[in-house]
Design a protein around this ligand. Structure first.
Ligand SMILES: *Cc1c(COP(=O)(O)O)cnc(C)c1O
Length: 375
């Protein structure tokens, strides 16, 4: 077996111990004589695993009693539509902060959903500059730049823009924008569970599992019970947040294998010391990568402003596209894959999610130094 050093943006690397555990339990899950995929989602063996995944999320994030953890399907993309469907009342409006490609998509879907259901959408702040192919996003706004409209149904932001490598820096001098009585909603698909967050500050956070916590097919929501209750009742039941909330995310058949894998990943994460340990590990990795970029300023350029540089998705350019192609190819020959930037922006992107080992990052940084010297 020759496993590569996987820097994919998503689906992305999973921790080897979580995969090995799945291998061990694959044919005979919980001594039931079948795999977890073959179980009824109402059976006690599956249910124990489902409950454990929820309990681990609550424990790791210190989720308060005011909030609950839900599993839904359709990807984070479906939530782009489902959030306004639930939460923008007739005649109401929702605010959006646009910091890159994913928040652009979230607004576009919200426009369609609210047009259908009698509401509106407002872009409260955008950091995009230029148009068309020249459009770029290189920073998250400072808290003072974002002001939620009085009475907005919510303010939505993307805490980490996976494609542009732009992340809200909420640990240094900056916090997420204060929104007063307006609920704050964050798409945390690509920076969920790499460090602690204060759940009580959010009405809703959500994350597609395939970036940092499991395989694709599951979305984790941490949502305030008040928002669930306020949700519209004139949309199909399957889209209402109260449906999974009232049924422990077992209203219909959930993606059982995906939730099982989340359980494995979270129990690995807890074993490593939980979110404080993960934060130290990830900050160190990001420090090594940005260090390798900044050590060769004539060769590597990160377009993102320093304070908004993503810890999870590190993007940079080389002098020319031919250099970038060669970089990706030579790295691949050394067992390092998934480094090509998103097709819409080009360049190089290193996704350094929780499961990416610090040793891989050290090896990549050494390669970057060598590659720059060779020119
Ligand atoms: C990947 C990603 C999405 C889309 O997730 P899907 O599960 O493919 O719908 C949305 N938002 C962010 C920030 C992402 O990184």
């Amino acid at each position: 077996m020759n496993r590569v050093k996987n820097f994919n943006a998503g689906p992305a690397a999973l921790p080897l111990p979580a995969l090995e555990r799945a291998r061990e339990e694959f044919l005979d899950f919980a001594r039931s004589g079948m795999s977890v995929m073959e179980h009824s989602h109402r059976g006690k063996e599956y249910e124990a695993c489902h409950d454990e995944a929820i309990a681990l999320l609550k424990e790791l994030l210190a989720v308060p009693d005011t909030h609950e953890v839900l599993f839904v399907q359709g990807g984070a993309s479906q939530l782009f539509a489902q959030i306004p469907m639930n939460l923008v009342p007739k005649g109401g409006s929702a605010d959006y902060v646009v910091t890159g490609a994913w928040s652009e998509k979230a607004v576009a879907e919200a426009r369609l959903a609210t047009a259908m259901l009698g509401g509106a959408v407002r872009v409260a702040c955008t950091t995009g500059t230029g148009e068309g192919k020249e459009k770029s996003y290189v920073r998250a706004p400072a808290p003072g730049e974002v002001k939620a409209a009085d009475g907005a149904a919510y303010l939505h932001l993307t805490s980490n823009e996976t494609i542009h490598g732009v992340e809200f820096d909420v640990d240094a001098s900056r916090a997420f924008p204060g929104t007063g009585a307006v609920p704050l909603i964050a798409d945390m698909s690509s920076d969920f569970l790499w460090k602690k967050i204060d759940v009580s500050k959010f009405g809703l956070v959500y994350a597609g599992a395939q970036k940092n916590i499991g395989p694709s097919g599951v979305v984790v929501m941490v949502v305030s019970k008040a928002l669930v209750e306020q949700g519209r009742k004139d949309i199909p039941k399957i889209f209402q947040f109260r449906t999974p909330a009232e049924n422990k995310s077992l209203y219909n058949t959930p993606p059982t294998f995906g939730i099982y894998m989340i359980r494995n990943v979270l129990s690995w994460l807890k074993g490593l010391g939980g979110l404080p340990a993960m934060e130290a590990r990830n900050r160190k990795k990001a420090g090594v990568l940005y260090g390798a970029i900044d050590a060769n300023p004539a060769f590597y350029k990160c377009p993102v402003e320093k304070q908004s540089r993503s810890v999870m998705n590190v993007v940079f350019r080389l002098p020319g596209e031919a250099d970038e192609e060669r970089f990706v190819k030579e790295a691949k020959a050394r067992g390092m894959v998934g480094l090509k930037g998103h097709r819409s922006v080009g360049g190089i992107r290193v996704s350094a999610y929780n499961a990416v080992e610090p040793a891989w990052i050290d090896e990549l940084a050494a390669f970057m130094g060598e590659f720059a010297r060779k020119g």
